[in-house]
Design a protein around this ligand. Sequence first.
Ligand code: ADP
Ligand code: MG
Length: 404
Amino acid sequence: MKHSVKELQVKGKKVIVRVDFNVPFKDDGSIRDDNRIVAALPTINELINKGARVILMSHLGKIDFKKEPEEIEKAKKKNSLASVAKRLSELLKQEVIFSSVTRGEELESKVAALKDGQVLLMQNSRYEKGESKNDPALSEYWASLGDAYVMDAFGSAHRAHCTTVGIPEYMKKEGKPVAYGYLVEKEIHALGRCVNPQENERPYIAILGGFKVSSKIQVIDALLKKCDNVLICGAMAYTFFRAQGYKTGNSFVEEDQLEYAKQCLNSGKIVLPVQTVVANSFDNPTDVKTVNVYDLPDGMEGMDIGPNTLDVFEGYIKNAKTIFWNGPAGVFEKEGFQAGTLGICKAIAANKGAFSVVGGGDSAAAVKQFGYSNEFSHVSTGGGASLEMIQFDGQLPGIVVLED
Ligand code: ADP
Ligand code: MG
């Protein structure tokens, strides 16, 4: 059995909380979008109200330890959580103590000085080479800093690292409680409904778009098994067109995925665009046309699905009772190629009876940009993690480890 943070009795106890503060930054170093910090507040506030001494751990960006020492130092500076501590403190309306190191005297003394209801944020866990390797000594050390562990970093739950798997394993060995937080609870619940919907929650459709077939092969496989139909859009549609023998001009096609695409088509569940919006250039589109997919002109590149495709997709969306969407329908970042992605937002919003989930970093950004975040049953905060939830029937390492 797994336990909720709600059940923890932690007054005066030091609670390690794995959060996902891997936020995007602007060029000037300020936080571009604090969504992920906001998403962690319910769990942090719950622990503050319980009088716990809260120790937050998160990763931020990547640090390549194979690089030269100066490069590593640069990456560390760039990926410091210091400004996140400031933002968190504004959101919590209380001081957030920041430990600029991930081990040693400063961290240990700041942890020891914590009072009930106080919050400390440890520096980026990836400052430690061992974090991504789930290094046992590092896990044991970090686990020794706390009396309990809460997992609320859904976006990292698909990775078996020290802060997601190693620490709770050590805690359990020592009889210390481990639990999931509110964000993880919400995600498990919503994505769980997309893993295996009941008969009365069908038809179940998936809409898959975005960039690469190759990066999503496993999830396509899983969705073909689970769904009644899989609607394909985005750049990956062109690999399917080529597999059918159509000309694809300068569109993005993965030649090494053609056989796989044919296999998927054999399932009989794939629905492809019938029309596409093409441009003479990706970076500087001066000539833009809507054409039938079997009539894609030489020298042009597919950028979005056309209105006739939307009509077809709307038919499936209207009838669906469960909808999982990953991957924008077109190059939504560019004006002129947003209609497909926006149209899908509108069609899903119009089907009030359906349970609808969006997963994926760019997809969630698109939905937010168009103002449709509240029109879905759930917008997942996890990119890779939301796809892996479906692929592995909810069995992510950072979630499985929370079982007694
Ligand atoms: P997510 O992050 O939601 O999983 P992906 O990373 O797979 O989505 O894909 C998002 C990217 O796919 C976007 O940057 C979008 O511009 C791009 N994209 C969508 N359609 C096309 C297309 N026809 N040609 C090129 N890029 C596309
Ligand atoms: Mg992406």
